[in-house]
Design a protein. Structure first.
Length: 338
């Protein structure tokens, strides 16, 4: 089982108002690292502003951490051999994995107090938790007899094997989106699998709509059917109320799913990676981070001194943004703009 996600993250109209975007200018916060560590990355943020991520030491040393608002970085306990965080929910529950003494990954979650719970699967040699919904249900994958199986863990820890593949996202209603072989798939709350396409999965919303690519074409897999976004489109995120964002011809783009409208947010090189239910967007323009309001007005977010590039990895419903700043020497730091 691969050690997941963060390396890939680092390498790198009338709008419904179901949430209120933050209107005040966003201040930059360097979230820092654990003492003695060299790098850090923020991977997910909840609506209270708590951030899940990872702090890195020398070599491959990695530890899951949580940054709560107005609190210092907090290391989450592990099994003694490192760990990684992948998601956080509204109740401060963090999903991820801990490395075992056999150098295998073990799916885990940490509760609001930071207590670790191992998420077991009978017969599995390794596992990873990729997402957790607000009810505490966790989605992930486990290797059984050499085959990756998509898994859903109930809030009390019971595991349901969904079938071959990897469960990457779980909605509030326990619909799961992920991959199986080269296919993007959706499992309903009863575990029934639907193959959406042979393609690449990039994002999903709380209704089970998904975004990705098929060949070189951007695609939205909606509950009502498939919507083609055209050649060169890469949709990374989708709201619950009809907006998707990504890039098209290397330009940050917002799509109105219901009207078919396409809005270019910034010239190339730029990319929109996150969107919330107020249609507020976060992404990058050149080497900097940016945010666009409901009307498409762009605000360049403050840069970390000395950093050569910035990426955006999360956006919550009150408009707070998280990301990573990279430096010329190859190190990087977790950031929040709020």
């Amino acid at each position: 089982m691969r050690l997941v996600m963060v390396a890939a993250v680092v390498a790198a109209l009338t709008v419904p108002t179901t949430a209120t975007a933050q209107a005040a200018p966003l201040a930059l916060e360097d979230l820092g690292t654990l003492p003695g560590d060299l790098r850090s990355a923020a991977v997910d943020v909840n609506d209270s502003g708590s951030v899940a991520g990872n702090s890195y030491g020398a070599g491959t040393s990695q530890r899951a951490v949580r940054w709560d608002r107005f609190e210092p970085i907090r290391q989450l306990p592990d099994l003694g051999f490192g760990s990684g965080a992948t998601a956080i929910n509204r109740d401060y529950v963090v999903a991820g994995y801990a490395v075992t003494s056999a150098n295998q990954t073990q799916a885990v979650k940490w509760n609001s107090s930071g207590q670790l719970t191992q998420l077991t699967v009978p017969g599995a040699t390794s596992s990873v938790a990729y997402d957790v919904n607000d009810s505490g249900t966790v989605a992930g994958a486990a290797t059984i007899n050499g085959v990756s199986q998509a898994v859903l863990w109930a809030s009390w820890g019971e595991a349901t094997i969904l079938g071959a593949g990897s469960a990457q996202h779980v909605t509030t209603g326990n619909t799961v989106v992920g991959t199986s072989g080269g296919d993007v798939v959706r499992w309903n709350s009863s575990g029934v699998r639907t193959v959406l396409d042979a393609g690449t999965f990039l994002g999903a919303n709380q209704l089970g709509d998904a975004t990705g690519t098929v060949g070189g074409n951007g695609v939205l897999w909606l509950r009502s059917g498939k919507t083609q976004l055209g050649a060169g489109a890469r949709p990374f995120d989708i709201t619950d109320n009809g907006y998707a964002v990504g890039d098209l011809a290397s330009q940050a783009t917002r799509w109105d799913v219901f009207s078919g409208g396409v809005e270019t947010l910034a010239p190339a090189p730029s990319s929109a990676t996150e969107v919330n239910n107020s249609a507020v967007v976060a992404g990058t323009v050149g080497t900097g981070a940016a945010k666009w309001d409901q009307s498409g007005t762009q605000t360049l977010l403050p840069s970390l001194s000395g950093a050569t590039r910035h990426s955006v990895t999360g956006l919550n419903e009150v408009g707070q943004v998280i990301g990573v700043a990279g430096f010329a020497d190859g190190t990087y730091r977790a950031l929040a703009w709020r």
